[in-house]
Write a protein that binds this ligand. Structure first.
Ligand code: ADP
Ligand code: C5P
Ligand code: MG
Length: 195
């Protein structure tokens, strides 16, 4: 069976990771955050990409897809599972092209879950995240927002044109947002037979 994939997009701090954790508990998906995988690779002393990744992260730029896509593919393979939430990817055209080339034939894209959240709310959430991230500061955030508006938004629009985007109003509290998320995952064609 072909593995299925849900891409999870939205501004920095929109609540992607938070909602993905809940989806995992209820619907048997494996959560793979591209940002988390890149931070893990950065922290691996044996990695030749550590410095490059940290520079991209602090500058709010998108790491070349060869690196990110191979981390995703390795994590998918290692999981032995077949339903994935791929969070924070594809973030730009380079991500999308690299994924299409390496992975599109191997997986089935179910839909794109888009957490729609104004940048002021995203700022507030990032600044109070308290995860000790080197990019949760105003200077990096401005760059991340620019990248989001200029590079990621067009990718969301691309998937909108394909009628693959499920938009969620992410401004409300975690529980309210998750109610809307659940409604999508409860749809018979989404849940499939193996909840
Ligand atoms: P993302 O993965 O999109 O960057 P996170 O899930 O890490 O976002 O959430 C960013 C911060 O905002 C975290 O501190 C998280 O606890 C908080 N948060 C997430 N969702 C909500 C929400 N709906 N309302 C208020 N705070 C939230
Ligand atoms: O999704 P998250 O906020 O954890 O991503 C943090 C940073 O990781 C991004 O701002 C970017 O620098 C990097 N990243 C990337 N490519 C992705 C996802 C994240 O370069 N697809
Ligand atoms: Mg996250």
């Amino acid at each position: 069976m072909q593995p299925s994939v849900v891409f999870v997009l939205g501004g920095p701090g929109a609540g992607k990771g938070t909602q993905c954790q809940r989806i995992v508990q209820n619907y048997g998906y494996v959560h793979l955050s591209a940002g988390d995988l890149l931070r893990e690779e950065r922290n691996n002393p044996g990695s030749k990409y550590g410095e490059l990744i940290e520079n991209y992260i602090r500058e709010g730029k998108i790491v070349p897809v060869e690196i990110t896509c191979s981390l995703l593919e390795a994590a998918m393979d290692a999981s032995g599972k077949e339903k994935f939430l791929i969070d924070g990817f594809p973030r730009n055209q380079n991500n999308l092209d690299g994924w299409q080339k390496a992975m599109a034939g191997k997986v089935r894209l179910q839909f794109v879950l888009f957490f729609d959240c104004p940048l002021e709310v995203c700022t507030e959430r990032c600044l109070s995240r308290g995860a000790g991230r080197s990019d949760d500061n105003m200077e990096s955030l401005r760059k991340r927002f620019n990248t989001y508006l200029n590079e990621t938004k067009p990718i969301i629009e691309h998937y909108e044109d394909l009628s693959l985007v499920r938009r969620i109003d992410a401004t409300r509290g975690v529980e309210k947002v998750y109610e809307d998320v659940r409604r999508i995952f409860e749809e018979p064609n989404v849940a499939g037979g193996d909840k």
